[in-house]
Ligand binder design. Structure first.
Ligand SMILES: [Zn+2]
Ligand SMILES: [Zn+2]
Length: 341
């Protein structure tokens, strides 16, 4: 289990969110079979999404989705997080790898490549606000700080770090986001800048001093005070962070509706059943011929649950109009889908 802390520094003019995500990133690595650099890329993105969820989301039901659409060998990253510390994510090519940088570090920027960062942020009224910014470096932290400034007019410093060892196991992972509020004076900004400049990087700090110790160094002389999260129901004064997917057996079975009845029958004859793998978390669901045949042709949005397709009582098929769901997701329906008798 990871954890998220919140607090204020610089006489209340710096808003601080920090996360320790070692277990969360290790779970992502194991679930997806990630290469070392892919682990760092997805781990940074997942940690960043957890931090942004704290900074930008207002109510528990909201979610933030980051899509890093880079041209590098990784082929893209998708992560989703909520303010309760739940996060899930995947990359297009989990085994993709590139040589280490000259300084011996994992070359996340090269693996990700150039491209854009797309952020979908749900609003309290259920609408989705989307914005796209160019990737600055593909190293993720800089890209998120750039997004916060370009799209949200939030000046911030974002630090993300994932360190792997030996076989690729995650040794330490975490991140810190510091939002500069409008009242921050020159003295506070100068001190913060000096602290950041003298930093050896976030991972050595996390490794040697832990999350609280890292914050002491980062915010030295700025009087960091933790926000009491117990008032929000978090008894340990921190928000637990975990890899948690929203998939389940029922939704996985529904995914088979994307195939025609003929194709489904072929799965039964050829494979004796069907297997559905959740791309978010890698979970494998196996279905028997009976389950597949019991399937009602109904398709719902995997994100918001809106009905996209279902057989009406008169035998005709209801099909959602337009190409975009109310939540912003692109509607995917095979043209041949027919309700099964
Ligand atoms: Zn899943
Ligand atoms: Zn939807």
């Amino acid at each position: 289990m990871g954890r998220i802390l919140r607090g204020l520094a610089g006489e209340g003019n710096l808003r601080v969110v920090a996360a320790e995500t070692t277990d969360v990133v290790e779970e992502a690595r194991l679930r997806h079979g990630l290469s070392p650099t892919a682990t760092a890329a997805l781990g940074r993105a997942m940690t960043g999404a957890l931090l942004l969820a704290q900074l930008l989301l207002k109510t528990p039901k909201e979610r933030i989705t980051l899509r890093v659409e880079g041209t590098g060998p990784l082929g893209g990253i998708v992560v989703e997080a909520d303010p309760q510390g739940n996060v899930r994510g995947y990359v297009k090519n989990p085994k993709a790898e590139v040589p280490l940088r000259e300084d011996g570090k994992l070359n996340v920027g090269e693996l990700v490549g150039g491209g854009v960062l797309r952020v979908d942020r749900s609003l309290p009224n259920g609408e989705v606000y989307t914005s796209t910014v160019p990737l600055v470096s593909g190293e993720i932290a800089e890209d998120l700080a750039h997004y916060l400034w370009q799209s949200e007019q939030i000046p911030s410093a974002v630090l993300l770090g994932v360190r792997v060892k030996g076989e690729g196991e995650v040794e330490v992972a975490g991140g810190v986001a510091i939002q500069v509020l409008p009242g921050a004076g020159e003295e506070v900004l100068g001190r913060l800048e000096a602290n950041l400049k003298g930093l050896p990087g976030l991972t050595p700090l996390l490794r040697e001093k832990g999350l609280e110790g890292a914050l002491e160094v980062l915010l030295a002389g700025l009087g960091f005070a933790r926000t009491d999260l117990r008032a929000l129901g978090y008894l340990q004064n921190e928000i637990p962070a975990r890899f948690r997917c929203r998939c389940n057996r029922e939704k996985a079975l529904e995914a088979l509706v994307f195939f025609t009845p003929e194709e489904r029958e072929e799965m039964i004859v050829k494979d004796g059943g069907a297997e559905v793998v959740c791309h978010w978390c890698g979970e494998v669901y196996r279905f028997s011929p009976e389950e597949i045949r019991s399937l009602v042709a109904e398709v719902r949005c995997p994100d918001c649950g809106a009905l996209w397709l279902y057989p009406k009582a008169d035998g005709t098929l209801f099909r959602i109009e337009g190409e975009t769901c109310r939540c912003g997701r692109k509607v995917e329906l095979p043209s041949e889908t027919r309700p099964q008798a």
